[in-house]
Design a protein around this ligand. Structure first.
Ligand SMILES: [Fe+2]
Length: 600
């Protein structure tokens, strides 16, 4: 969240002055945005595309949304229950149907459908489609996991985070869709954002909650036009994102493994509240929207709001229905889960919002905040942490990947006036929960023949980190227990945008972070895009890919504004098996060592 508190009411950042003309344009654009979901819904029964997810050796989840009648708009609660037929085939022409079935779509799930198909062949390509009311969906391509005991296969994924609609065009998703070498896409959170469209008015405190470049006002606006709070709001927002052709294409081409971070609910969510949630009894609820009278806009009970967010997320995302937490139902749903890839690797996907303690400031009263090291404050709840550390120390595979939301490595603030020695940069990440950070580092140190690799999003910049156990002695003591790779944002503001759109300032700042935190072996704060992770018994390699406008990743222009932008390779870092450190840069990945089975 470091850069994710952009225009919320309590955390105003610098924003450009908004002209009256832009505001007028903004008003018109809300209408245009409303039309986007309606037009897609009316474009056919399957206008929001198809998706697949949670691939295992033998199971795949298939998803779509059906619009049976023009009035069955997302979030409307309208439209008849209809039968949807699904087919999974071994070939793209559907001449070899592997499995078929029927499900019902109705208003109870906003006309979304999910099917889990079982008893499939490992490491095999499949194609799927849906039909309803005489209409047929686009064809999706998917694949079971390279997970066969005693067999070594290639393992390659793209991992992504922070895809803000109002932040720019989803060129990065188009780049992912064009690839033919991925087993799946891993989305680590902030798949969508809760903010509305009101531009900040210079000098008006509390005004505006638009997040992203003002150049996209009227071009890429959120629907609904205000912050998502109601169930209908969340459903419509999900629908809006799924109108995007590049997002649709990347879902259609690859299975996804997804987990939410805060913005799928609201900014800086914790167990019982969020920075961007105004309780009814909160004195700080004054909110002014342009063109509307100043007033109070309370957002009700937080847990009820979170439940609405989860409901819409589970309806609209290709994720398995989570288990209810049996021993302690008060801790909510079990979204964390594990995927296996033969003897090569496991992937533990964690969830760190539902039970985390409230964030605290880095300093209090001119000293480091003692709450940061309080062992009673947790990021994942105890049960999840036990599940994670047992997974890492089980020594079942060469690598243990952790799909994680916020930065795990220690990141100290750059020294300057007012910064204390030992002050951490951001307490919404693992540095804000240092007892849990230590517990996980200890588990990594005890993981024997399994090398841990943390995969992270959230911070809208690209990183490759060693994970030392003693920051004061590193790198002199050489004691690193694992590595962390952090992907850039798809579109959300990074260092450059947060520093007055100055590429020079971004470069200077990231260099200062590296000087302060020498375990950060790579840090780039300008590019937006995705990271490709390739795993072999010998090494793990991360290739960073950035979107580019006429070749520029953002030095002179903002490639997020260019609908014709492309993706280009930036650099690669590796961790050699047994080293538990980052090395590089190295050359980009070549072809996969083997290919999934196909019937063709
Ligand atoms: Fe984000």
């Amino acid at each position: 969240m470091a850069f994710d508190a952009p225009l919320s009411r309590r955390t105003l950042l610098k924003g450009g002055a908004v002209t009256a003309a832009a505001l007028t344009f903004g008003g018109l654009s809300a209408e245009a945005a409303r039309a986007a979901v309606a037009e897609t819904a009316r474009s056919g029964a399957f206008g929001f595309g198809v998706a697949s997810g949670d691939p295992t050796a033998t199971e795949l989840l298939l998803w779509t949304r059906v619009t049976p009648t023009p009035d069955a708009l997302p979030g409307s609660g309208r439209g008849p229950a209809v039968e949807v037929r699904w087919e999974l085939a071994a070939d793209e022409a559907f001449t070899r149907i592997v499995r078929t079935g029927r499900v019902t779509a109705d208003v109870s799930r906003d006309h979304t459908v999910k099917v889990v198909v079982s008893r499939l062949t490992p490491y095999t390509r499949y194609w799927y489609r849906f039909t309803s009311g005489g209409q047929t969906s686009p064809v999706g391509r998917t694949q079971t996991a390279p997970d066969e005991a005693g067999q070594l296969h290639a393992l390659r994924m793209a991992f992504v985070s922070c895809s803000n609609w109002t932040g720019g065009f989803f060129t990065a998703y188009r780049g992912i869709a064009a690839r033919d070498d991925l087993d799946f896409v891993l989305h680590l959170g902030d798949y969508l954002y809760e903010y509305g469209n009101d531009p900040r008015i210079a000098g008006v405190a509390g005004s505006g909650d638009r997040y992203g470049p003002n150049a996209l006002i009227g071009i890429r606006d959120h629907e609904p036009a205000t912050e998502m709070v109601s169930l209908a709001d969340y459903r419509v927002r999900h629908a809006l994102y799924k109108t995007d052709p590049d997002l649709q294409a990347s879902h259609r081409q690859h299975p996804w493994i997804v987990v939410f971070d805060d913005h799928e609910i609201t900014n800086d969510a914790y167990a019982t509240g969020a920075e961007n949630h105004e309780r009814d009894d909160d004195p700080d609820t004054a909110y002014t929207e342009p063109g509307k009278p100043a007033g109070i806009r309370p957002e009700g009970d937080f847990l009820a709001r979170r439940e609405r967010a989860f409901r819409a997320y589970l309806e609209w995302m290709p994720i398995r229905e989570p288990a209810q937490w049996q021993p302690q139902p008060s801790q909510g749903r079990q979204f964390f889960r594990r995927f296996g890839f033969g003897d090569l690797a496991e992937l533990s996907v964690v969830e760190t919002r539902q039970n985390r303690a409230e964030q605290v400031p880095a300093t209090v009263g001119g000293a480091l905040n003692p709450a940061l090291t309080d062992a009673r404050r947790h990021l994942p709840e105890t049960q999840q942490m036990t599940w994670l550390t047992r997974g890492i120390t089980a020594e079942k595979t060469a690598w243990h990947l952790v799909g994680n939301q916020t930065v795990f490595a220690r990141v100290f603030a750059v020294p300057r006036a007012g910064v204390l020695g030992g002050q951490v940069f951001n307490t919404d990440q693992w540095d804000g929960y240092q007892a849990d950070q230590r517990t996980l580092l200890d588990a990594m140190a005890a993981s024997g023949g399994t090398d841990p690799v943390v995969l992270t999003g959230d911070i809208h910049s690209s990183w490759a980190n060693d994970l030392p156990t003693d920051w004061a002695r590193y790198p002199a003591d050489g004691n690193s227990v694992g590595v962390e790779f952090v992907c850039p944002s798809i579109t959300s503001n990074g260092f450059k945008e947060s520093l007055g759109n100055s590429a020079a300032a971004a470069t200077a700042t990231t260099a200062a972070f590296q000087a302060t935190n020498p375990w950060v072996r790579y840090l780039e704060g300008i590019g937006h895009g995705f990271t490709v992770l390739d795993v072999t018994p010998e090494r793990v390699q991360a290739d960073f890919w950035f979107i580019r406008s006429n070749g520029d990743k953002g030095l002179a222009v903002d490639p997020r504004l260019d609908p014709q932008a492309t993706v280009g390779y930036e650099t690669s870092y590796v961790s050699v098996k047994g080293s538990r450190k980052v090395s590089g840069p190295v050359g980009r990945l070549g072809a996969r060592s083997d290919q999934p089975r196909t019937a063709r």
